[in-house]
Design a binder for this molecule. Sequence first.
Ligand SMILES: [Ca+2]
Ligand SMILES: [Ca+2]
Length: 379
Amino acid sequence: MRHLLLALLLVFTMLLPGQAAFAQNNFAQNETKEYLVSFDGPSQKGLLKAFGVEEEDIIHEFNLLPVVQVELPENKARGLKNHPHIKFVEENAEVTKLAQNVPWGIPRVQGTDAQNAGYTGNGVKVAILDTGIDRSHPDLTANVQGGHSVFTDSANRDPFFDGDGHGTHVAGTVAAVNNDIGVVGVASEADLYAVKVLNNAGSGSYAGIAEGIEWSINNGMDIINMSLGGSQSSAILKEFSDLAYAEGLLVVAAAGNSGNRGGNNDTVGYPAKYESVIAVAATDQNNQRATFSSTGPAVEISAPGAGILSTTPNNNYASFNGTSMASPHVAGVAAQVWQAKPHLSNVELRNLLNDTALPLGGSNQFGNGLVQSMAAIQQ
Ligand SMILES: [Ca+2]
Ligand SMILES: [Ca+2]
């Protein structure tokens, strides 16, 4: 009797942990998940039924392939997998949308905050005087509303063909679409206009740029972005830049990439150097001047211009460096602020951007500092 009791106790103590483990295991096995079951041959609901799959467990039956989507406990899914008439059984995994990258420069100029507050540059027209814009790019196509080429030869007369990539990159920083792919621009709903004044090799003439400015005035543009320039002044370029500004357009241009390490020379190019044009210097992720960024008294404002990710032709993306990348950040911010304060004149808008910029250092290097969208909107 004593022996029997001891034996029973032993059995209990040995069984208890085992029972617990079994219970856990059983629980996991009874937990159902969604599976995709593919038959080797035609669909056989009878076969599923043999595995305990009821009609109500079948979520979907495909037409073109012998595949059914079913809800199953894990152990039954494992059993099905080994059946000779089953090709595969896989768990219906969750598919997440492809993420959109926010290039570092967009929040740095408070573009993201302004977007979240509803200021996307909607209704503001921005002319991109550059190598053209590949408007078939899925991250740009919704915003490209028109354009013009100053060239007549077959290779360069289409403003929506960008054989260089520069203009498509600049356009993306101003207004790449806020969606699930690629990148986002500062003014993600601004209207972009491809004004091709530089050919597929990236070069043009002062006469061509003047023609692009004239087209922008005649076609009701609000902002002109010129991520271009030369070291020589041009009377015609100055006249047309001044005219655009007098006609109420905001004219933004790259300061130039002729800076030195010390940042102590006077190298701002034209048209940025003209009084009527905002000269934009380039900064890096540490809010330091990019060493290539031109310096001098004409530098007016700064924006990100080092390691800038944006759109390039043929549905591509790339990171570029240059004051060419800084200028469109300012054009994008200007579009956001103008949407928020449509009563402002171009002169008032310019003053507001300068007054609310974040000071970063010497004015010959940074001008008034880093352009700040929300600061300007809230002022
Ligand atoms: Ca996008
Ligand atoms: Ca200037």
